[in-house]
Design a protein around this ligand. Structure first.
Ligand SMILES: *Cc1c(COP(=O)(O)O)cnc(C)c1O
Length: 393
């Protein structure tokens, strides 16, 4: 393995652990435990396991370790801990580092389950949370305090695709000694430069682009070796949110094509956004790659691409949005994202249904809003599918 490799090479080779058989494809070490040659060896390993010495799959496993090495290498982090899902990563990272009495500042525009962890779980254990408008640096400045232990944000928010100024937030957070924790799903590991911009901890739901084919749940926490092995690992290994070796193998195979897929999907997203931006049946087309996006300049500065998701605000509200969704032929109605298949979601009635109307309005989740996760199909076919569906309104 080499530090000098470029991303695509790392995505194919980094972290692979060949057995004595020299298999070409990554092996799936589908085992819960490991045999020790002697009682003394077992004792020694429990005293302190060396590199590639494993004890129990809840603590670590060779296939899972390969996935951790690969994602850490492309993210530019010292280490990573793989988890059973994206939410196991978000809750694990936060629960591992916070204690009662700590203060956290979080951007308000969050994935529903992230909001639940902060509002319902952490608050119940005595962590104080201040929610703010993440795009407003003055709001971050006003909210941080000397006892602020962490700031939490989605670098690009779901579903309205606000882009947060990571460099600005990191400066403000680091000035009070707070750790910057970034849920980076929408930015994708391909386009992210979160670590370079000042993020200390980067979290992915591997369920999304890393698998990229809608097959398996997984997640990962990336950070310094001290944070991952000193803070995250002890918490995760005792609370049990480990990634299964089979799912790690699915993710490893997903990563081989991650760069190609995400770039092709983002090119499709850009083409769709440009094709539909002047359509009068749409009140707004939201995509960070369009020059009229409020944070277009920030997206250019802190990412090397604009992501694979766009949002269409249908002028006729929920009725018109439902007509459009029901008339789609290629694009399916579901709620995953980052899949090779294009997927349309109506956030107000599904993923964000739980939010009260005033919260939805505050976050820009209008009745007409459709989130479109753009897949690998031909862009011409996708545009034709959307145009035909717009005609059905
Ligand atoms: C999907 C998602 C998660 C949760 O990931 P799971 O793998 O479904 O647990 C967290 N944050 C964001 C931004 C997501 O899109």
């Amino acid at each position: 393995m080499s530090q000098d490799w470029n991303t695509r090479t790392k995505l194919v080779h980094q972290g692979a652990r060949r057995s004595q058989y020299g298999e070409v494809a990554e092996a799936i070490y589908m085992t819960q435990g490991f045999v020790y040659p002697t009682a003394e060896a077992a004792e020694a390993r429990f005293l302190g396991a060396g590199p590639d010495e494993f004890i129990y799959a809840r603590y670590g496993n060779p296939t899972v370790a390969a996935f951790e090495d690969r994602i850490a290498a492309i993210e530019g982090c010292e280490d990573a801990f793989a988890t059973a899902s994206g939410m196991a990563a978000v809750s694990g990272a936060l629960m591992a580092m916070l204690r009662a009495g700590d203060h956290v500042v979080a951007a308000r525009a969050l994935f529903g389950s992230c909001l639940y962890i902060l509002e319902n779980v952490l608050a119940r254990y005595g962590v104080e949370i201040s929610f703010i408008d993440g795009t407003d640096l003055d709001a971050w400045r006003a909210a941080v305090r000397p006892d602020t232990k962490a700031v939490f944000l989605e670098s690009m928010s779901n579903p309205t695709l606000e882009v947060i100024d990571l460099r600005g937030v990191a400066q403000i957070a680091h000035a009070v000694g707070a750790t910057v924790v970034v849920d980076n799903v929408f930015a994708t590991p391909v386009f992210s430069r979160a670590v370079e911009m000042g993020a200390d901890v980067v979290i992915y739901s591997a369920t999304k682009h890393i698998d990229g084919q809608g097959r398996a749940l997984g997640g990962v926490i990336c950070g310094t070796r001290e944070f991952i092995r000193g803070t995250v690992e002890p918490y995760m290994k005792h609370t049990g949110g480990a990634l299964s070796p089979f799912n790690a193998w699915v993710m490893l195979n997903g990563m081989a094509t991650l760069d190609l897929r995400v770039r092709a999907q983002a090119a499709n997203a850009q083409a769709i956004a440009e094709a539909l931006q002047d359509d009068t049946r749409l009140a707004r087309v939201i995509y960070p790659g369009l020059p009229d996006h409020p944070q277009h300049a920030i997206a250019v500065d802190q990412m090397s691409g604009f992501g694979t998701v766009l949002a269409l605000d249908v002028a006729g509200g929920q009725d018109a949005a439902f007509k459009l969704l029901n008339a789609l032929n290629i694009i399916v109605i579901s709620n995953n994202l980052g899949d090779a298949r294009s997927i349309a979601t109506h956030p107000a009635t599904t993923t964000h249904q739980r939010l009260p109307d005033d919260q939805k309005a505050l976050l820009g989740i209008t009745p007409g809003l459709i989130r479109l996760s753009v897949g690998l199909e031909d862009a011409t076919d996708l545009i034709a599918d959307l145009r035909a569906a717009l005609g059905a309104i």
